[in-house]
Every structure is written in structure tokens, then in C-alpha cells.
Design a protein around this ligand. Sequence first.
Ligand code: DAH
Length: 341
Amino acid sequence: MKERISEIRETMTKELLGATSTQNLEDIRVRLLGKKGELTALLRGMGQLSPEERPQAGQMINEARAKLTEMLETKAEEIKKKERAEALKRETIDVTQPAELPQIGSAHPINMVMDELIECFTGMGFEVLEGPEVELDHYNFELMNIPKNHPARDAQDTFYVDDNIVLRTHTSPMQARAMLSRKPPIRVICPGRVYRADEVDATHSPVFHQMEGLVVDKDVNMADLRGTLNAFAEKLYGKGITTRFRPSFFPFTEPSTEVDLTCSSCHGKGCRICKGTGWIEVLGGGMVNPKVLEMCGIDSSVYSGFAFGIGLERITMLRYGISDMRLLYEGDVRFLSQFRK
Ligand code: DAH
């Protein structure tokens, strides 16, 4: 018995000293003091000893247990310290390291220009109205006084969904929607996407953006259109930028005009961007054709109106010096992130 006890003390002491982890230590404790542990077994076996031997054996076992328990505790403390130090080292955060900042998105340049125009026109009392991109032929063409045989209806220009439904080719059908849903005075702008069956190149895209403007009231005339667009030009590009009206034709306006703005890069002197003319064409407009007013339920003997349609891509490209329209649609973040305000 004596020998067995010192044998256990010896091997366990060795193992204890060699323990390197809390788990190690726990295994040793179980093997020694657990229900099936070696010392526990010895204590149980005491019954078989003679009454004279018992007290001494008991004392020795207790001593061994006390000693080994103490060693276990000391070692446990030691290992815990070591493990904590290692964890701290492992989990250390270097607060001086440069942070990886979250990527912040930016508004698309077309949306930035659109927002600017919206702000400009709402400042003049216009209401913003949006409508469907999948549009009835009736609104896109018929109510805009574009009859069945008009070349604009050619399938080469228009995406037809079926005989009666198209992807809107312009924002002008919103004029009809505005007049049919409101009573004069009407002052609306209608920004949005439009579609034409164009090949993609530096200045064309099958999807692009327009902003329609419409004013209907008593005594509205061409001078009101001019004044509104002059205010818009100055607001957008600054003092000294004005408009030039050139006669044109649109089925939904009469008279109709193409509108140029003073070239904002040379202020009218003539440069590469305006091809030496000092003017840049940015929109079409005119007096709403009385036929259109009538078709949209407005008495043309009482009311008149003006309308205009602005191409947003063109303004965006001029504003930021973008030479290829495709850049606006490719979604390349390296390009788009340059336009952060
Ligand atoms: N809808 C025309 C287009 O897509 C632009 C336009 C011209 C709109 C004259 C108008 C306007 O409202 O009066 O080319």
C-alpha cells in the first residue's frame, strides 16, 4: 500500500509538472480524484486492511491527496495565467492601424442633374409627376397628335410590346396624363426613362432620360416659355446664360421650337464643345397644340399652354465633360465615384 501511494505520488507529480493546458490538468484530476480515480480506489480499498494498518494508510492517502490537490491548484493557476496571456496577445487590436472605411455610394450623375432640375422647377412652382415607362400607344402617340402613319411610330424607333402598348419613346405622354388628371392651372415636370430602338454608340442609347415640362392656364404664351427657360438656364449654369429659340416642328406643339443654351464652357464665344457656335442645343418646346388640349379635355378657346422636353444625358455630359454616353450606363464604380458631391 505504501509503495502504491508513493508510486502514484511520483507519476502524478511528473504528469502534473508536464501539463500544458487546462484540459490536460482536468484529465489528470479525474484520473486521480474522480469517481474512478486512483486515489479514490485506494481509499475504497482501505476496508480490506487490518485495523492496525488503517490509520497510517489513511493518513498517507490523505497527505498524498492534499499534496496533489495543492499542486493541481497551483498548476491550474499557472496555466490559466499563461492561457490568458496568450489570449490577450492573440486578440490584441492595433488601434493605430489605418481603418478600412466602408465604401460610401454616390448618386449617379444623371440623378444629380435630374435632382438639380427638379429643384429648379419646383422652386418656380412646378409639381413633379411620374408615370409609366410601359405606355399605351394612345398616350405615347395618339394624344400627342402623332397619327398612325407618322414616321416616329416606325418599329425602327419604337419598342412595341404589342399593337397597343409601347415602351414610351418620350416623356410627352405625361402631358396627356397630367391634363386628364388635373384642372388648369397645371404646372408639372415629369422626369423619367424613355426608350428608343437605337444602336448603342457614344451619343445614343436605347434607354435614356428626359424631363417633360407642361404649363396650362389662361393667357399662357411663348414669352412665358422663354422666361421660364431663361430662368432655368441661369439657375442651372449661372448669370449670363440665356436661350436661343429656333423654329422647329413637333406634332404636339404649334408653334414649335428647338432651344439652345449659351455654351457654359465658353460663355458664347465659341469653343470645341459648342463647335464654335456659342450655343448648345438642349431641348425642344413650344405652345401645346390646341388639338392636343382638346383631346385631353381642355377647352382651347379658354386655355393655352406651353410644353418642353429636356434631354438629361446631354446636359449631364456637358456639365461633367463626359464624351461617351456609354460611360453613364456601364456602372463602373471607378467612373461613377468621381461624381460625389
Ligand atoms: N418629345 C420630344 C422628343 O422626345 C421632345 C419635346 C419637344 C417635348 C417639344 C416637348 C416639346 O414637350 O414641346 O424629342
